[in-house]
Design a protein around this ligand. Sequence first.
Ligand SMILES: Nc1ncnc2c1ncn2[C@@H]1O[C@H](COP(=O)(O)OP(=O)(O)OP(=O)(O)O)[C@@H](O)[C@H]1O
Length: 276
Amino acid sequence: MLKKCSLSEELPVEEYLIEKEPYYVPVGNEIEIFMSAYRNKLPVNLKGPTGSGKTRFMEFMAYKLKRPLVTVACHEDLTATDLVGRFLIKGDSVEWSDGPLTKAVRHGAICYLDEVVEARKDTIVVIHPLTDDRRIMPIDKLGVILKAPSEFMLSISYNPGYQSVVKDLKQSTRQRFVAIDFDYPPAELEMKIVAHESGVNEEMARYLVDIGHRIRNFKQHGLEEGVSTRLLIYAGKLIKDGIDPKEACRIAMVRPITDNTDLQKSIDEIISTIME
Ligand SMILES: Nc1ncnc2c1ncn2[C@@H]1O[C@H](COP(=O)(O)OP(=O)(O)OP(=O)(O)O)[C@@H](O)[C@H]1O
């Protein structure tokens, strides 16, 4: 079999460049911090619960920095080979195909590894040399070492609420990233976001955020994770579409977060009181 390995594979930039400015409401000085990390070639770890704006923030920053954004949703079967690339059989020849991380390095893109702790342990071997001052990516199967251009940046996300002794980042990995904390935005900002993203008016957005806050307090009573900004938006979208508000809150904000029927009942009561 003939082995072809084209090292100058084109990145379909239009797929990765963000053309329209994403709607992003800053919560603190995260934009300035990210900009500074980028200038200093420091990798960034976005720490925070699900649906708190990490992905939207990455899209916004990639747009601001005018860099393509390569996002990888990590999962437990994701291997180093998936990130780096592999030889594929094409007809009667074998061709090299870049993985997403290799594409990002070659083209000076921003690579965002979402929920990196989920990936197989061998991915760490690839991440480490890229995230210290060497900024290199050895590709053993091709016998090459790529030097990351100054435009390249690696960013990861990490949800501290999910981590266990079995799945956690090693200190030697953690300490290669500067970490920016994310959380649900303060009420006034969250209201603005919910109204913008779902189309409900400010009054309805205020109700949804109020319910969201009360549900988050249930964390002390056995709720694993509070309701996300994403779910408040879902509820708003259903309401905007004509679904009864109480019903919308139940199916978008209560049922998704817990199967505990006692908890569901207690939260349903709160919704009924607020939405009277
Ligand atoms: N600060 C914000 N500005 C604008 N929109 C926001 C903000 N925070 C959250 N959102 C809205 O909430 C939705 C969910 O946020 P996003 O998908 O970025 O969460 P995430 O933290 O990446 O979640 P996951 O960890 O599950 O990937 C976004 O699609 C956006 O509509």
